[in-house]
Design a protein around this ligand. Structure first.
Ligand SMILES: NC(=O)C1=CN([C@@H]2O[C@H](COP(=O)(O)OP(=O)(O)OC[C@H]3O[C@@H](n4cnc5c(N)ncnc54)[C@H](O)[C@@H]3O)[C@@H](O)[C@H]2O)C=CC1
Ligand SMILES: CC(=O)C(=O)O
Ligand SMILES: [Mg+2]
Length: 368
C-alpha cells in the first residue's frame, strides 16, 4: 500500500506520525512510504533518516496526501480539507465531538477516518490516547505550576509551599490517565492533591497507592464546587470516550473561586469540562475570565515532541501495519481498530460523534 506522512501544520505542533523505525517496518513488508520533506524536523528527525530506511521524500503536502493510507498526529485543519478523498484511509487524532466543521468535511469527502482516541481494547483501555494522556497529564502540573506564578497571571502560590506556609491545593477532575499522571507530578512537587472521579474503582486505586497522601472525592456537583473553590490549580481530565466532555465547572462557579486560580483544561479537545473553556494554542496559551486563568491548549504533547512522537508511534505502529497490510479489511477483522472508526464513506460510525451533532449513527456492523 502507498502510505503518506504529511508534515503537521497546527500551531507549534512538532510531532510526526511515523518514526524512521516504523517506516522501516512498513518498507520491510513491501509498502511504499511517502514522507513530506521536513515532516520530522520538529522532532529533530531529518529527511535523511527516513530516506535511509527506504522512504521516498516528497516536496509538497499534496504528494504525501495522495497516498491510500495517510498517517498523521493531529486532526486535519481547514487548509487540509481539500486533500480528503473517498479512496483514502485517514489515521490520526480527530476529536470530532467538539469539531462540527471537520465532521462535515470528512462526511462530504467520503474518506474513511479512524480516530486514535477511540481505538479501544477488550478491557476498555484507549491504547492510542494513553501515551499522549501520560504526557499531557504530567505536563498539566508543570504548566499549571508555571502559570501559578504571579507574572504569568496566577495566584502567586509555590506548588510545594515552604516550611510554615501551606503548599498549593491541586484539584484534579477525572482520575484516568491524565489525572493519575497529573497527580504523580503534583505530589512530587509537594502540593496538596484532591482527585474527583465518578468511578469508585479509580478512587480506591488512588487511595491504595498513596495511602493518605492524596484526598479522593466522589465526583458530583457539590463535591466539585467545594473542591474548585478552595483550589489554586484545577486540572480538567475527564473523558466520555468519543463524546463531548461534561461541563463540571460552570460559569457561575468561577465567581466563587479564588482570584488567580489556574484552570488547565486538558479535556479541551473533547470540548472541555469547564463551561468557559475555549481552545488555545501554544503561542497564546492562556486567557482570563472572572479573574480565573484558563490554559486550554488542545495539543499539549506537541510541545515535547522528542518524548511524544516516540511515545505515540510506539503505540500506533502495530495498527498502522494492520491497515497497510489489509486496508479496510483491517477494520472488519480487528475489533480494536473498528472501535476507532468514526467516519466511513459519508456515514457517522461512532455513536459519540452522532450524538454530539444530532446526526444519524451507522454501526460498523451495518457498514461492513
Ligand atoms: N489537551 C491535550 O493536549 C490532550 C488532551 N487529552 C484529553 O484528556 C482527557 C482525559 O483523557 P484520559 O485521562 O486519557 O481519559 P481516561 O478515560 O483515562 O480518564 C477519564 C476519567 O474521567 C472520569 N470521569 C468521567 N466522567 C466524570 C465526571 N463527571 N467527574 C469526574 N470524573 C469523570 C472517568 O471515570 C475516567 O476515570 C481526554 O479528553 C483526552 O482527549 C489527552 C491528551 C492530550
Ligand atoms: C490526544 C491529543 O489530542 C494530542 O495528543 O494532541
Ligand atoms: Mg488534543
Amino acid at each position: 500500500m502507498l502510505v503518506g506522512l504529511p508534515k503537521e501544520i497546527k500551531d507549534n505542533e512538532y510531532r510526526v506520525g511515523l518514526t524512521p523505525g516504523a517506516v522501516k517496518m512498513l518498507v520491510a513488508r513491501g509498502h511504499r512510504v511517502l514522507v513530506e520533506t521536513g515532516a520530522g524536523e520538529g522532532s529533530f528527525i531529518p529527511d535523511q533518516e527516513y530516506r535511509s530506511v527506504g522512504a521516498q521524500i516528497v516536496e509538497h503536502a499534496h504528494d504525501a496526501w495522495a497516498a491510500q493510507l495517510v498517517v498523521k498526529v493531529k486532526e486535519p485543519l481547514s487548509a487540509e480539507y481539500p486533500y480528503l478523498r473517498k479512496d483514502m484511509l485517514l489515521f490520526t487524532y480527530l476529536h470530532l465531538a467538539s469539531n462540527e466543521p471537520l465532521t462535515k468535511a470528512l462526511l462530504t469527502s467520503g474518506v474513511t477516518a479512524i480516530a486514535y482516541e477511540t481505538v479501544q481494547t477488550h478491557s476498555g483501555q484507549l491504547p492510542l490516547l494513553m501515551p499522549m494522556s501520560e504526557v499531557a497529564g504530567r505536563m498539566s502540573t508543570q504548566v499549571g505550576a508555571a502559570i501559578l506564578q504571579r507574572p504569568q497571571g496566577g495566584r502567586g502560590v509555590l506548588m510545594g509551599g515552604v516550611p510554615g506556609v501551606a503548599p498549593a491545593d491541586v484539584t484534579i477532575l477525572g482520575g484516568g490517565t491524565v489525572g493519575a499522571n497529573a497527580a504523580r507530578i503534583a505530589i512530587g512537587m509537594g502540593a496538596q492533591v484532591t482527585i474527583l472521579d465518578v468511578s469508585h474503582h479509580r478512587l480506591a486505586y488512588f487511595d491504595d497507592l498513596y495511602n493518605g497522601r492524596i484526598q479522593t472525592r466522589k465526583s458530583n456537583p457539590s463535591t466539585i464546587e467545594e473542591a474548585v473553590c478552595q483550589a489554586d490549580l484545577v486540572i480538567g481530565a475527564v473523558l466520555i470516550p468519543g463524546g463531548k466532555a461534561p461541563w463540571l465547572v460552570t460559569r457561575p462557579m468561577l465567581s466563587s473561586m479564588r482570584k488567580g486560580t489556574v484552570i488547565v483544561d486538558v479535556a479541551v479537545d473533547q470540548g472541555g469540562c469547564v463551561e468557559t473553556t475555549k481552545p488555545t494554542t501554544h503561542s497564546q496559551p492562556t486567557y482570563e475570565i472572572d479573574g480565573i486563568v484558563h490554559y486550554c491548549v488542545a495539543n499539549m504533547p506537541g510541545a515535547v515532541p522528542r518524548t511524544s512522537t516516540f511515545a505515540l508511534v510506539n503505540q500506533t505502529t502495530d495498527y498502522v501495519l494492520l491497515l497497510a497490510d489489509q486496508g479496510v479489511d483491517a477494520l472488519v477483522n480487528n475489533p480494536e481498530l473498528q472501535s476507532g472508526l468514526n467516519i466511513y464513506r459519508g456515514q457517522v460510525a461512532h455513536p459519540g460523534v452522532a450524538t454530539a451533532f444530532g446526526l444519524a449513527y451507522t454501526s460498523p456492523e451495518q457498514v461492513f
